[in-house]
Design a protein around this ligand. Structure first.
Ligand code: ZN
Length: 200
């Protein structure tokens, strides 16, 4: 599949359906190539015949399904992702390698999300902005949302690369304003924030 360029060093393979496959980030860093997620299904990786360092955003199969199909020199995962893929180095704190920064990212989507910041300019964040969906509501955990806002705010990167989002790039300030609005909807004595999904 075609690689879409973001800048000189960052490109990606777009997410697709059937099978559901998340976007694959491709980052050139000092002679080696990194992948952020590996997608699912052979179609999405047919152009990836090199050898790579891999960061997995979280354990969902649309992000991790191809892990045994790519040649990985190293794999970085959270503890929760390790439990599913059974390989890789567990990252539980900020990790700096070259111009890359791997970081744990609190999220209502799943436990064990990892982000990848490149050059302090762009940060891949996988599905971490998404909530759980139940009974016509988006459901966020208030504490996780607060922690997520803090982690994203502290990044130097001004642009976020969001899986399943057309074009991938979102301005961090706009995202943080959105998350703060949702956080403002919390109510006392309940850990959950429920946001009704508006019918179109
Ligand atoms: Zn997911």
């Amino acid at each position: 599949m075609d690689k879409i360029r973001i800048n000189d060093r960052i490109s990606y393979i777009e997410a697709s359906d059937d099978p559901l496959s998340a976007d694959i980030g491709i980052i050139e860093d000092g002679g080696s190539t990194w992948l952020y997620d590996v997608g699912n299904g052979e179609k999405s990786i047919c152009g990836l015949d090199g050898s790579y360092h891999v960061v997995l955003s979280h354990f969902h199969p649309d992000h991790t399904g191809n892990i045994s199909r790519v040649r990985a020199e190293s794999v970085y995962v959270s503890r929760e992702t390790y439990a599913h893929v059974q390989c890789g180095t567990v990252v539980s704190d900020d990790l700096y390698i070259g111009s890359l920064h791997i970081f744990p990212l609190p999220s209502s989507h799943t436990k064990g999300s990892l982000g990848l910041e490149v050059d302090g300019e762009y940060a891949f964040i996988g599905d971490a902005l998404y909530s759980k969906v139940e009974e016509g509501c988006y459901i966020y955990n208030a504490q996780l949302l607060k922690d997520e806002i803090e982690v994203l705010s502290a990044l130097r990167a001004q642009y976020l690369l969001v899986s399943h989002f057309k074009g991938l790039v979102r301005e961090k300030d706009a995202v943080i304003n959105e998350l703060k609005t949702i956080y403002g909807m919390r109510e006392k004595n309940t850990p959950e924030i429920r946001v009704r999904i508006r019918p179109y």
